[in-house]
Design a protein around this ligand. Structure first.
Ligand code: GDP
Length: 528
């Protein structure tokens, strides 16, 4: 299968200048193609797998199958064959280390040669050009990993995890992707599929061979299996939100009336001056988005112009965006100027936030609010206790100690129960002195990822494809559950059990028919 594939090449390291840059070749012709360009004491084809050789890459004047040793395999000149051949001039492209890895124990499962060159864009591109002239093709994005998948070395979820490892922008995202690369999602999905397949095979066997397999009281057993599997799938779906936040950061809307200190809070979190800070109310005209790491958690900070009715056209656009930011946020930071009495604007804001989401809306989460009593370096006139009362009055479950059991929240911001109860905490802070930043970091950690960033075994980097597949599997299992309740025949179960099995298989890229046939044959000895 692999032998009829072509040989691909690409620069495997980043763009820009670096000490070393690696050009990778993979495919049936990887070794002969590299050998055509390589001049060293040893020939590439003589190297054992996972051994490296020092030498030079050269460019011959004639590319048409006769570069370097050509078909004869003989050096063109001297021990290293470096510069001058009898009949053609060879130009040295770079001094390199060639590493040979032989199929099947390689990243792609094919023959792979990695050429460690000097890391300049010009030199690497010239090497690439010579390799293509010698018969390799430029790889498509992700093609090496795709070959690893096609070669059966990794499944789809692991292939996707490779991309996530590369794209990870913070520690949490990196560790979750690395776990996924080691098969964490594959294992979770495979375990579920195994259970569903077993039940399907059992039902089919019992229908075919009632003397040996009994379906008496099977509905009860089906209920137990369904409860177990749907629970696990729901857990995976809930974890998907966490995965998104891990990967892309927690979308954090910073809201508050003009001059409360939103831009100053943003700057405090960013650790540098980004937003324009002025004393004139309404200067933050638009929304800004910036990334910050707070206590190991990545936040995507959305600074808003404050949610309020305004006649100013420019500011109105900002106000609309602020409302949209609150709607889509995972976390709301409501900034209040504690040195001033609470204004009508402050309470209006709180009111609009507390009513901004319809808890009945399916699939929506209810973002928690952290109220930041800002400017506590000044004489403050608002207390945390007052604010907590105000939050409770607006139907926001106030959990200042971070200990209350929030229905359905399981310690994370993801409200899987659909209770829709928004939670809030009040924190004193000073954007001017930085006092309270630690408390804010702790509060964010506590609200998200169940406060257990270091022990995040349950988090998977689920993408939209995974989520859709999980949802389809869940829907199919709910249909089985309906069938059980309706008391229909067991043969009806199998259609939806297989639909769930197939949906889960889409995550790992596995197929159905062969598996089922194997399973039935192996475990249930049909027709014995
Ligand atoms: P925004 O309109 O909500 O973005 O508010 P700004 O961040 O522009 O801040 C408004 C004013 O309050 C500026 O003069 C800031 O320097 C000041 N300010 C913000 N935070 C603090 C703080 O914690 N302490 C003191 N003393 N002043 C602050």
């Amino acid at each position: 299968m692999i032998s009829d594939k072509d040989t691909i090449c690409a620069i495997a390291t980043g763009t820009g200048s670096a000490g070393i840059g690696i050009v990778r070749l993979s495919g049936p012709e990887a070794i002969p193609i590299a050998e055509r360009l390589f001049r060293g004491k040893r020939r590439i084809s003589e190297l054992n797998s996972y051994t490296a050789a020092y030498g030079h890459l050269v460019r011959g004047c004639d590319h048409k199958g006769s570069i370097g040793r050509g078909g004869s395999g003989e050096p063109l000149s001297g021990e290293a064959g470096l510069s001058v051949s009898k009949d053609r001039q060879e130009e040295v492209l770079d001094e390199v280390i060639a590493l040979v890895m032989r199929a099947p124990h390689t990243y792609t499962t094919e023959d792979v040669v990695e050429l460690s060159c000097h890391g300049g864009p010009l030199v690497l591109n010239r090497v690439l050009q010579e390799l293509t002239a010698a018969g390799a093709r430029l790889a498509e994005p992700g093609e090496f990993t795709k070959r690893a998948y096609l070669g059966g070395r990794i499944d789809l979820s692991e292939a996707e995890a490779v991309m996530d490892v590369i794209a990870a922008e913070n520690e949490s995202a990196l560790s979750a992707s690395l776990r996924q690369l080691q098969g964490s999602l594959k294992n979770a999905v495979s375990e579920l599929r195994e259970k569903l397949l077993y039940e399907t095979a059992f039902i089919e066997s019992a229908l075919d061979d009632p003397e040996n397999y009994s379906l008496e009281d099977y509905a009860d057993r089906m209920r137990t299996v369904l409860a177990d599997c749907t629970g696990q799938i729901r857990g995976l779906i809930a974890g998907a939100e966490e995965g998104r936040m891990l990967r892309q950061g927690i979308r954090t809307a910073i809201v508050g009336r003009p001059n409360a200190g939103k831009s100053s809070i943003l700057n405090l979190l960013l650790g540098e001056e980004r937003a324009i800070v002025t004393e004139i109310a309404g200067t933050t005209r638009d929304t800004l988005e910036e990334k910050a790491i707070l206590g190991g958690v990545q936040l995507v900070l959305i600074d808003t112009a404050g949610i309020r009715e305004t006649a100013d056209a420019v500011e109105q656009i900002g106000v609309q965006r602020a409302k949209a930011a609150v709607e889509t946020a995972d976390l709301i930071l409501l900034v209040i100027d504690a040195a001033e009495p609470l204004s009508e604007e402050d309470t209006e804001l709180l009111r609009s936030i507390s009513g901004s989401r319809d808890p009945a809306e399916k699939g929506r989460t209810t973002a928690p609010i952290l109220v930041l009593l800002n400017k506590n370096d000044l004489d403050t006139v608002i207390t945390a206790a007052e604010l907590e009362q105000l939050l409770e009055a607006h139907g926001i479950l106030c959990d200042n100690a971070g200990t209350k059991e929030v229905p359905g929240n399981k310690g994370t911001s993801t409200d899987t129960s659909g209770s829709g109860q928004r939670t809030g905490r009040v924190l004193e802070i000073s954007a001017a002195t930085g006092e309270g930043k630690e408390r804010l970091a702790e509060a964010v950690q506590g609200l998200f990822f169940a406060g257990k960033l270091s022990d995040s075994q349950e988090q998977y980097m689920l993408n939209a494809r995974h989520k859709e597949a999980l949802q389809d599997a869940l829907d199919a299992l709910m249909r089985v559950s309906d069938s059980v309740d309706a008391g229909v025949g067991e043969d009806f179960y199998t259609i939806d059990l297989l639909a769930a099995y197939e949906a889960l298989g889409r995550i790992t890229g596995e197929t159905l028919e062969d598996d089922l046939a194997d399973k039935i044959f192996r475990e249930f000895c049909m027709g014995k």
